[in-house]
Design a protein around this ligand. Structure first.
Ligand code: ADP
Ligand code: MG
Length: 748
């Protein structure tokens, strides 16, 4: 469900009233009233320490403050040294403008800053700091020593601080250009904090991560980060003019070469002015965790809504979803960012955040689809060669698989699901969506496409009266009220696996997405009749085996081998029947079966949408069994209905893993019984989560939900003529209407 949707708001309100009522009605506690405790003023040093602990939460937060100060001081080189995860020592050296001798006495007092002098300055601020709190805070929870020199001085000064004040007068010392700040024994006076940090994983990794992020954005500054005493730096970036170079030097060649440039410039008209530029990973990049490096007005921040939005695009677009690498720099008018953000509050809130995220999401999706379509074709072709070698006589040499691709263990023609809990049969790998307007680099595909063009004969086919009759049937018996609703409704979210919640004017409906998508696909099949673009399957799949599979899936008693022979016979007959119809299926429906009986091409019914390939077997069986081939009109209707049913947005075959559904993904393993021979026949079982299957399921469900929101509903608004039957067959169910709710409230 989208945040901020009408429903989410309504539910939140309901919850808060319920809570308010609970508070009012709860009986007063039965313990005897006691005297109010005396309020005391805390000692100032305690107050400061508490406040400091909030600003500097862990070593990495101190490093961030120090590095930001160095950036504010116009440094071009910043190096960080860390000992004991930052608890023993953090040292940041820069070559910036330094600190004046006369400022040193108040440098570490709270609210001393050189970046802001009056309130109005807040609105023209371009520096990272302005509160003058960071250095002060550090002196309350650590020992801080500053060495600095300003331009034109012959020597520098060194001074140590504790609890906001200098421990002694600044001492003259030799110094190189800039400032060096040493923070020692962090949290020495906060025992509990120190203990938890010592027990938790070392902050060094976090510090390296922070500097890596900083380094790719501030590519006019060179960064280094090393452990104390180490020769080799763990982050080492050089000044570079290109962002991609800096990403390469920090995150490595393999990341840099799998990136696509993304850019959005909103313009004034959209009501939110912002510019975004960045890089996102393409389908060659493989990772388990998302990396989102986000800078807003040059400030490193986090934004979980944006992160989720981008992850959804990847889950929905890439065949085997990898988590993305994303670098984005967003610039927007200063008044659109809440300036009053707490220095450690990394999560930002922005004006018009939703519109911004939407625009960025669309851009990422567009770029990803464009590159993905050309890339994966090659990869999957390789997979095919590899996997069919065993069964074919082909002497094509085996090309090495691209890195990150697993070698399939089963021949592809056998990789079909027979059991819904077995992921081996997922058929997504078979298919290649290929919109017609993309630059084409794969020659075999262009051959396919040009042959399609040649074969098309719009004039002749569009005149087929049977198709015209079917179309005018759709146009004449739609339900005007439902048409209104479909055209103007707002998608709220999925209520369960089948029903979506939609809002139309003051009404809330449950809409059956399976029925709706089935009808839409059916209608579109007829409308695009003989004018389809093609989805090319990179691996032609053998008809007879697919049909046999469908028959086996239908069978309630799979153990019964006697019927196997019968099933094989039925599969054979169906294959023969379809082989007789190949020309017609290809010409009118772009369902292409080659002369060896392999299915190799399917029609594009809605752009940007490919059907669930797990349903291919069922589709072929349905073509064989349910179509009335002898009568032209009935035949076209039957094939369109079969396609409609195949392309409909059914719930994925893998059960929904959210919430309770996760139990479907636990498997029981036998604990090895040899260890305990005394147990005899009693084998111990343990349950473990099947991560691969679970992630397959999560991807399938995320893809479907994305398609429902971004493909089904927008297409329905444009194309669907809802038949009158939908008003009464449960496709649309009104669940609430505001007027009625008001009446109920009035009575209360
Ligand atoms: P803020 O950055 O919010 O001003 P800080 O406590 O982080 O507050 O720093 C206080 C002041 O110390 C800064 O305003 C700046 O003038 C000075 N300062 C801190 N670090 C450096 C540095 N590395 N180089 C030059 N000046 C610095
Ligand atoms: Mg600062």
């Amino acid at each position: 469900m989208t945040d901020g949707s009408p429903l989410a708001v309504a539910m939140e309100e309901e919850e808060s009233t319920a809570m308010a009522m609970e508070v009012e009605e709860s009986p007063s506690p039965s313990i005897a009233p006691r005297d109010p405790p005396k309020i005391q003023r805390l000692e100032e040093s305690v107050v400061n320490r508490i406040a400091a602990g909030e600003v500097i939460q862990r070593p990495v937060s101190a490093v961030k403050e120090l590095v930001e100060n160095s950036l504010d001081a116009d440094s071009t080189s910043i190096s960080v040294t860390v000992k004991d995860g930052g608890l023993k020592l953090i040292q940041v050296s820069d070559d910036g403008h330094g600190i004046r001798r006369e400022d040193l006495p108040i440098l570490c007092e709270r609210h001393t800053t050189s970046k802001l002098s009056k309130y109005e300055d807040l609105f023209s601020l371009s520096s990272m700091g302005f509160r003058g709190e960071a250095l002060a805070s550090m002196t309350y929870v650590a020992h801080v020593t500053v060495t600095t020199i300003t331009k034109g001085q012959i020597h520098g000064h060194r001074v140590s601080y504790r609890d906001g004040v200098m421990e002694h007068e600044p001492k003259a010392c030799a110094a190189v250009k800039g400032t060096q700040i040493m923070v020692e024994n962090l949290f020495y006076n906060m025992i509990a904090r120190r203990k938890t940090l010592q027990n938790s994983a070392d902050d060094y990794g976090k510090i390296v991560d922070l500097l890596s992020r900083m380094a790719i954005h501030h590519n006019n500054v060179s960064f280094s980060c090393r452990k104390h005493g180490a020769v080799k730096a763990d982050v080492h970036s050089v000044v570079s003019s290109s962002r991609l170079d800096s990403i390469r030097s920090v995150y490595g060649v393999s990341v840099a070469k799998s990136l696509i440039k993304v850019e959005v410039s909103s313009g004034e008209s959209s009501g939110c002015a912002f510019d975004m530029e960045g890089f996102v990973s393409n389908s060659n990049y493989v990772a388990k965790k998302t990396i989102l490096v986000l800078f807003i007005n040059d400030r490193l921040v986090e934004c979980s809504a944006l992160k989720r939005a981008v992850e959804i695009v990847y889950a929905a677009t890439l065949p085997k979803a990898s988590k993305p690498f994303v670098y984005m720099s967003i610039n927007l008018p200063r008044e659109h960012v809440d300036i009053n953000i707490h220095p450690t509050k990394k999560e930002v809130s922005l004006l018009n955040q939703e519109i911004m995220i939407d625009m960025i999401q669309s851009e990422v999706e567009l770029k990803l689809r464009n590159t993905n379509d050309t890339r994966t074709f090659q990869e999957q072709k390789v997979e095919y060669i590899q996997s069919t070698l065993k069964s074919s006589k082909s002497d094509t040499p085996v090309s090495p698989l691209p890195s990150g691709q697993k070698t399939p263990k089963v021949p592809v023609h056998k990789m079909v699901r027979t059991d819904s809990s077995d992921p081996a049969g997922r058929l997504h790998a078979f298919l290649q969506p290929k919109p017609h307007n993309l630059p084409d680099t794969v020659s075999s595909l262009s051959a396919v496409r040009s042959s399609i063009r040649q074969r098309r004969n719009p004039k002749e086919t569009a005149d087929l009266s049977s198709v015209q009759e079917l179309l005018s049937g759709i146009d004449s018996c739609y339900h005007p009220g439902l048409l209104e609703t479909v055209r103007n409704c707002t998608y709220v979210g999925m209520a369960d696996d089948v029903f979506a919640l939609v809002q139309y004017q003051t009404h809330l409906y449950l809409a059956n997405v399976v029925n709706l998508s089935k009808e839409l696909m059916y209608q579109q099949t007829l409308r695009r009749f003989a004018h389809f673009n093609a989805i090319q399957l990179s691996d032609p799949a053998p008809l007879s085996e697919l049909i046999l599979l469908a028959l086996q899936e239908e069978d309630l008693d799979p153990e019964n081998n006697e019927k196997d022979h019968l099933k094989e016979r039925i599969a054979e007959m169906n294959t023969e029947l379809l082989m007789e119809k190949v020309e017609m299926l290809e010409e009118y429906f772009s369902v292409f079966i080659d002369s060896d009986g392999n299915l190799s091409r399917l029609p594009v019914i809605l752009d940007q949408y490919t059907p669930d390939m797990d349903r291919v077997p069922e589709f072929l069986l349905c073509l064989g069994n349910d179509v009335e081939w002898e009568d032209e009109k009935a035949c076209f209707q039957g094939v369109s209905a079969a396609i409609g049913n195949f392309y409909a947005m059914h719930p994925p075959l893998l059960p929904n893993p959210s919430g309770d559904g996760v139990r479907f993904y636990t498997k029981t393993n036998e604990k090895s019984s040899q260890e305990n021979p005394a147990l005899g026949g009693n084998v111990e079982m343990e349950s473990v989560l099947d991560q691969d299957l679970l992630s397959d399921a999560e991807t399938a469900w995320a893809q479907r939900e994305w398609s429902i929101q971004h493909v089904l509903f927008p297409s329905m608004r444009l194309f669907l003529k809802p038949p009158a039957s939908m008003a009464s067959n449960g496709t649309f169910v009104k669940v609430a209407s505001l007027e009625k709710l008001y009446k109920i409230f009035e009575r209360c």
